[in-house]
Design a protein around this ligand. Structure first.
Ligand code: AMP
Length: 600
């Protein structure tokens, strides 16, 4: 017997419909890419998203088509999201921090039909246009005044102005694909995670819980975590769902810019990776600044350091919730909010739990297993592979149906090694996957070691993560030389130069007699990580340091393993970046015209 309740497909257009109807006047404030602050409301966002849907339909976009965004967190980006998803097309968020080759691979693999881009990223697209064989239209997310003259791309504002806000949304199955995000946190090529309307909707409900993000209509929410990184941890859905005011930081994520937004807009809640908070805390210490409205921050993507939780708690009265998750889990997996037993503990004891990655909310199930797939006890001691299951956890990667990624029990192996204690708190103790997370972005250790192994003097190479105070992890290259060979570190760095993104460059090179191998003949990275966890990096010859400024590879002043100069750029630099983008665009206009849209 079926229930007799209304059939209301859980599609995400309902979220922005709700925000329009019941929180229509609530502000969405953005630091625009062009510079000025832009103030709008959920009502306006809703109407403009509908105009955008009509614009897409007029361009021939069909349900299921992939429409990419290469953009910062702004109101326009939000309009693009809802406008794309509302008509059953798939919003594919592109990560501009990826190497251009990876970006092109991802665009082609996804078969993106249209790309919405901020001015900032126009030069990258123009430069690599010839490698993209599926893109039919490029929409620059700006107004006519900022469009490069004589440039054959579409202008976001002009496109919207040509279309009405009368457009039917939804009406399709809730399992319809809504969003696509590639993760490079795996070995091999980046993998696409294809979210459905239903999974996004359930993720939104799950994360709105008091022990998760706990966002309410009284909050002012600043998602510093970009919408291109695992959906800004769902905040672009949960803030409008709750009716919270939304503050979008645009491209300036340095301490001063984030602080200014928090204070001027009265931000109460924010979410970001540790690197962002490190920059904010440093800025506060240097300027004596205060956090007068902020009460809660969620920190995840990498393990949160103890001194950060203490600084927020003791110096600024801000509660830190440590969160763990993955692109494959939409991404919120666990949160360290105290349960009743932990809340009853004294502050120091509670801190031990706050530093763990936390407990799963409803709709996330976890399992800890050993190498024989035997389930391990929740005693806080037994360490094993963490597996996850739930209605917003990946089942299969996009266009990789032949690859079975779920075990027989239906669980997805996260590649993280963890313990689970008797309160149900997980603690990530290691990573089984061969990737390094630097400032919230992935570096493939395998790719670097394969490239380095091609050096004529190398017998074997290994790349592992070593801890770093700012970027959390950085790559270290170990080299076992061929018999009777001699080499210095700069030879290897020079060899890698130009073959990998500048910020992937190892922080140091160490020559060893033997690279340790495990029982199965594979490099024993666990042992190497343990041996080198206190490695002191020796200064590298000028010109080869991974933190050296490099305008070409610093697409923006983002947190991440980019040059600190870029990360710390002030809003004043916006105009410079825009100028760079524009001049690049003008130079590329000829290129774009020559190749033209690949197919119509
Ligand atoms: P991504 O798919 O890029 O979001 O990366 C997910 C991976 O980041 C996880 O599988 C972990 O390896 C790592 N990660 C995420 N959050 C945390 C955390 N709080 N502590 C430690 N590692 C984390």
């Amino acid at each position: 017997m079926l229930g007799l309740m209304q059939d209301w497909p859980l599609t995400v257009d309902r979220i922005i419909d709700h925000a329009r109807s019941w929180h229509g006047g609530i502000e969405v404030v953005s630091r625009s890419v062009e510079g000025p602050m832009v103030r709008t409301t959920y009502r306006e966002i809703h109407g403009r998203a509908k105009q955008l849907s009509n614009a897409l339909l007029s361009l021939g976009v069909l349900p299921g088509d992939r429409i990419a965004t290469l953009a910062w967190n702004t109101g326009r980006h939000l309009e693009a999201w809802y406008g794309i998803m509302g008509i059953g097309a798939v919003c594919h968020t592109l990560n501009p921090r990826l190497h251009a080759d990876q970006l092109c691979y991802i665009i082609n693999h996804a078969r993106d039909k249209v790309i919405f881009t901020d001015l900032t990223f126009l030069p990258i697209l123009i430069e690599h246009r010839a490698k993209l064989d599926c893109v039919e239209h490029l929409v620059v997310m700006t107004d006519e005044a900022h469009m490069p003259a004589d440039f054959p791309a579409l202008c976001f504002e002009t496109l919207l102005a040509q279309h009405s806000a009368d457009c039917a949304w939804g009406g399709f199955d809730e399992n319809t694909a809504a969003g696509l995000c590639y993760t490079s946190g795996t070995t091999g090529d980046p993998k696409g995670v294809l979210y459905s309307h239903r999974s996004n909707f359930l993720h939104t409900l799950g994360t709105m819980g008091a022990d998760v993000l706990g966002i309410s209509a009284r909050d002012v929410v600043l998602p510093v975590v970009p919408m291109f990184l695992a959906n800004a941890w769902g905040v672009a859905f949960s803030a409008p769902a709750a009716g919270a005011k939304l503050v979008m930081p645009g491209q300036h994520l340095d301490g001063a810019s984030v602080h200014e937004l928090i204070e001027t807009e009265g931000v109460t809640f924010s979410a970001a990776v540790p690197t962002v908070w490190r920059m904010l805390l440093q800025h506060l210490r240097e300027t004596g600044g205060q956090l007068s409205t902020l009460t809660r921050v969620v920190i995840g993507g990498s393990a949160v350091p103890e001194d950060m939780v203490r600084a927020f708690r003791d110096d600024y009265g801000v509660t830190v919730t440590h969160a763990w998750g993955m692109t494959e889990t939409s991404p919120m997996g666990t949160q360290s909010s105290p349960n009743r037993a932990v809340a009853a503990m004294d502050a120091e004891e509670q801190l031990r739990y706050r530093l763990k990655q936390g407990r799963p909310p409803l709709m996330i199930d976890l399992k800890l297993v050993d190498d024989q797939e035997q389930v391990l006890p929740h005693d806080g001691q037994a360490s094993g592979r963490l597996k996850v299951s739930g209605p917003f956890v990946v089942r299969e990667y996009f266009r990789e149906a032949e690859r079975d990624i779920l075990a027989a029990d239906g669980f997805f192996d996260t590649g993280d090694v963890a313990t689970i204690d008797d309160q149900g708190y997980i603690q990530i103790t290691d990573r089984a996957k061969d990737v390094i997370k630097s400032g919230g972005e992935w570096i493939s250790s395998i790719e670097i070691e394969n490239l380095a192994a091609a050096h004529p003097k190398a017998a074997m190479t290994a790349v592992v993560a070593i801890p770093h105070p700012k970027w959390d992890e950085r790559p270290l290259l170990l080299v076992q030389l061929k018999p009777d060979e001699r080499a210095d570190r700069s030879e290897f760095l020079q060899f890698l130069d130009g073959k990998i993104a500048r910020w992937w460059m190892p922080d140091d090179v160490v020559f060893v007699d033997h690279i340790p191998l495990g029982a199965t003949g594979k490099i024993d990275k666990k042992l190497i990580r343990e041996q080198f966890k206190n490695h002191v990096v020796q200064p590298i010859a000028a010109g080869l340091s991974p933190e050296e400024p490099n305008a070409e590879e610093a697409p923006a002043d983002a947190p991440g393993p980019f040059p600190p100069e870029a990360a710390g750029a002030s809003p004043a630099r916006a105009s410079t970046l825009t100028m760079v983008a524009l001049s690049g665009a003008l130079m590329g206009a000829y290129l774009w015209r020559s190749f033209g849209p690949a197919r119509r």
